[in-house]
Design a protein around this ligand. Structure first.
Ligand code: DGY
Length: 328
């Protein structure tokens, strides 16, 4: 029977699925397993279930029998794809089951940043709500505005649907390939990158993190945005130059930001972005609802079991498709 290692707590249903098909060990220590502890646990593992641990040559040196790594996430920027290819290790992710949940959170960030929800919530709870001129509390509208989505994948599409059908927003998008279906059904307009930055009221980043998208948003890009615009990042922190974003917010080059992700996670408490009232921050919880995280864990378990039992896993990441494990 194949042996797998489960490196983080998963719901009972996902664990039961693994138990039915494999021998398994799981991390039962306090908090998150460290990279060193994880590497020590893999000497005879055929498969590994994780979220986000970097899988590179150093890591794989400790896992001589490893055939497959199953990520409980749609993003797989933690995979060193070349190292995995060289060693015949299959990598899988959990697309689709989280689309609607991440889209909900993107809208929550847009609404929170535009209407200053966390800032005003704090004010009320601190007993600072006084009668008088309300203008200092005003926000900006979301409905009817122009939303520019950078990265029109399946999550981007779910965001666009909410924004168009729920908030009557105009949708423009920038993507590697055009999406005629979105143009037809939602009237979404394909825009060159710079045009999208210059003309959107909300600029929302939903690209995967790859060498091409590293610091896609920097000083020059924030300068192009409207002074009244709001920037939302629900992708990965490394797609943004945080210093440039901080400066753009401090100097009012843009109005506000909503961030679910940071260059360093957990974010350092000294990160200057945390001091700005016009930034809404979240701890990378785009897909974090009970229902969706359970669905992701079960899908990851199915991917893992398929990979270590010689079946084709449903969600091999595109760059590693066709990869046959060379290990017996
Ligand atoms: C994903 O699935 O990639 C989410 O960002 C959670 O990590």
């Amino acid at each position: 029977m194949a042996k797998v290692y489960v490196a983080r707590p998963i719901p009972p249903e996902a664990e039961a699925y693994i138990a039915e098909h494999c021998e398994y060990e799981k991390w039962e220590g306090d908090g998150q397993i460290t990279r060193e502890e994880l590497m020590r646990s893999l000497s005879d593992a055929d498969g590994l279930l994780i979220t986000g641990e970097r899988i590179d040559d150093e890591f794989l040196d400790h896992a001589p029998k490893l055939k497959a790594v199953s990520n409980i996430s749609v993003g797989y920027n933690n995979f060193d794809l070349e190292a995995m290819k060289r060693r015949g290790v299959i990598g899988t992710n959990t697309p689709d089951v989280l689309n609607e949940t991440v889209a909900d959170l993107a809208l929550a960030l847009m609404l929170s940043a535009a209407r200053r929800v966390p800032e005003l919530d704090r004010m009320v709870k601190e007993g600072k709500w006084e009668k008088g001129d309300e203008e200092p509390l005003y926000g900006v509208d979301v409905h009817g505005k122009t939303l520019g989505i950078i990265g029109m994948g399946r999550i981007g599409e779910a965001i666009a649907r909410r924004a168009r059908l729920g908030f009557n927003m105009k949708i423009q998008y920038y993507n590697r390939r055009r999406k005629p279906e979105m143009e037809g059904t939602l009237g979404a307009v394909y825009a060159p990158f710079d045009d999208l930055l210059q003309t959107s009221d909300f600029v929302l980043l939903m690209v995967p993190f790859t060498p091409e998208t590293r610091r896609l948003m920097g000083r020059e890009q924030f300068r192009m945005m409207k002074k009244s615009a709001i920037f939302i990042n629900t992708s990965r922190g490394q797609t943004v130059d945080e210093e440039a974003l901080t400066e753009a917010l401090q100097t009012k080059e843009i109005l506000a930001a909503g961030l679910d992700v940071f260059e360093q996670e957990p974010v350092s408490k000294d990160n200057p972005l945390l001091k700005l009232p016009n930034v809404v921050t979240l701890p990378h919880i785009g897909s974090a609802t009970h229902q969706t995280r359970s669905a992701m864990a079960l899908l990851a378990a199915k991917n893992l079991v398929a990979a270590v039992t010689g079946e084709e896993p449903p969600n091999v990441v595109p760059e590693l498709k066709g990869q046959q494990s060379i290990k017996q």
